[in-house]
Write a protein that binds this ligand. Sequence first.
Ligand code: LIP
Length: 264
Amino acid sequence: MISSPLMTVMVDAVRKAARSLKRDFGEVENLQVSRKGPGNFVSAADRKAEETLRDALMKARPGYGLVLEEEGKVEGQDKSHTWHVDPLDGTTNFLHGIPHFAISVGLEREGQIVAGVIYDPVKDELFVAERGKGAYLNNRRLRVSGRTDMADALVAYGSPYLGRGDHGKLLREVAAVMAVTGGARRFGSAALDLAYVACGRSDLYWERDIQTWDIAAGIILVREAGGFVTSADGGDQPLAARSVACGNETLHRELVGILRKANA
Ligand code: LIP
């Protein structure tokens, strides 16, 4: 496990927000049958969790800036530090009562992600990483998958939907990946997709049109677990590119090549 003042601040804030989120998730399943559905209830749960995270992080590190999914950008006096906060990653899963979502907090220092925490409150799985100190799942040290044969790989991806993203591009990419791998999965939470690559459950993951708060924490997790993370086009700035591709060195390089060829 990582024992540092920074990690203590991040884990305490995430666990505090998780308490209300887990309670609210228990309510969502009862609301599925209502005509209006749980949309407003989930938005309120999302905002409540974000306010908890915002208040806790600003109290502990008052000068840092924040990029919050719901509230947007909050400038800080310390321009070298920015939190990237997703209070509920996997919102659609949560809305439909699917127990696969997480809270994600990443810390950017002078343009590099240096720490990340991703917490799945339903499974009680806490993923943490800090630059140079490794990546952990509930105190267990993480390493990315050791598979090198794409035919054995399980690949996660993120897909656009009504009114968002390039559907044709994604379909071409999924078709190309399906043709050479052991399976493709769309789980619905970018943060957990990255965390699952870091712990070896998935071998690869890619997604386009994604936000910094979805991937910031997961980027450092994968890198500290010995994995490679680039933009989906292989660039070295996934946050700026708003896309991501990750895995171990061998399969990551092959995946980027497959995606490039699918769009040639
Ligand atoms: C979601 C991501 C998911 C992506 C969705 C959405 P949210 O984050 O985790 O991978 O495909 O479009 O961005 O909105 O639930 O925080």
